[in-house]
Design a protein. Sequence first.
Length: 575
Amino acid sequence: MDNIQIAEMFNRMAKLLEFKGENPFKTRAYTNAARSIKGLDEELSVLYKSGVMDSIPGVGEALKSKIVEILETGSFDAYERTIKEIPPGIMEIMDIPGIGPKMTRSFYEKLGATSVEELSKAAREHRIRRLPRMGEKHEEKILRSIVRMQQDKDHGRHPIAFAGEIAKQIRDELSSSPHIEKVVIAGSLRRKKDTVGDIDLIAISNEPEKAIRFFVNMEQVEEIVESGTSKGAVLYPGNLRVDLRVVEMASFGSMIQHFTGSKEHNIHLRKIALSKGYSLNEYGFKNEISGKLTPCSKEKEIYDFLGLEYLPPEIREDMGEIEASLTGKLPRLIEKEDIKGDLHVHSNWSDGVNSIEELAQAAIQRGYEYIAITDHSHSTGIANGLSEKRLLEHIKIIDTLNEKTDDIRILSGTECDIRADGKLDYSNEILEKLDIVIVAVHAGLEQDRNKITRRIVAALENEHVDILAHPTGRKLGKRPAYDIDMDKMISVAKENEKILEINSSPWRLDLNDTNARKAKEQGVMLAINTDTHTIEHFDNISFGIDVARRGWVESDDVINTMNLKQLCARLGILK
């Protein structure tokens, strides 16, 4: 950890203590220490290794011992204990501009707000203005601050499709260097997060300085941020930072594990290692008594040493995966090979590029047993949506094509608009003629939480509806999710045996991983679809699989892992 990270941890501790109402002198000690640490010219890790920690001004012995604990484990016990005593969303509320620990405590005690979402809801319901020393203007200011904070949070992050493509290009270019044996992608990109802040690469080389020199001199590099003996950092077009760390083969597994797992995941692993008498860092395990370092050339060696099953990169977030491993309850995450078909595909009957025949052939080439052609309904005029007359023609064409081939089953479907009043674009008589009905919101996204929730609930309660497409309407980098009561939507979907979609478009990825896991845990069936508009879009299924894996989704949780016979039985389709 560097000085800025340690100072930030102390500042967070100060906020937590103030929220709890602890002695202000104790709180101030952490704040003052954080200020002193930020002002240091030398890194604390260097001072620690040199044995000169006494030279830190304004930091007493108690806090110095906590700094040592952070440097050795990534955290300190008092902080971890305090975090566990407070609802996890409280710190995020305190991070809202203009809201400090005392105000956060007031919201917690008087409104029951334990997350930014709950505080936002209280503001929209005008409950904040009724608190002492608040009022309407203060309430509006808090709402604006929440919106700005969310925008700032998203700023500087890059959609996985963009960052992933750049990472692959750089990896391939580095692989052409005679000084580099192997290059792999690490960090949040390897964990398949929907957006990433930067790109982390790990390279194996016996000539690290030459490898770094090759890296920083690549053609598209706009700025060299760092060029050391074993680490380099550069800026690529789009203000995308790329970090490269070079290591020998002996420590490759340790290095890639360290720079793949989230901070919280790695801290948890280090605690397990310490309980066994070892410290764990990017170079391997160090015996706390002898000081002997045991490097790991493979990631699996690290998890084996700690008594854990190998943990897939996508779930290394310290969200229960370590406990699940220790108790033998790790899920068998869904694989791309489990997918038997795609249930959200657009043809040139609406806004797609390819004919139904072309789409069917492309699906056959991918080994699919079925696809659903779900062209838009007529309200989506910009997408050449189908009138009821055209939809009936659409069904007949699909029936004719099915008579000509035994290689795939083409399902007749629709992506039917949910209108602003909650009614569907087509009558029940028309919907009844289709094999599959997908519904979606494409307009009126600005409706308030209650209205848009009621609108979607009404659609999910329709007996002919099968799947809700891109359930929150977000588009990465373009628009946020609409304000919907997710718990209510999932509950209604379960009650009515409806399916929620993980839309694999790299600009949607909707449901996201968090909501996909929530739906799975409530027993709601999911569909991983591509929303294909051109044949190449079929390949986006890998992005949806990544989201599902991050959400702990297994094959049995997904409807389009069923074979054709099982699918037809589930959807009530006559074969």
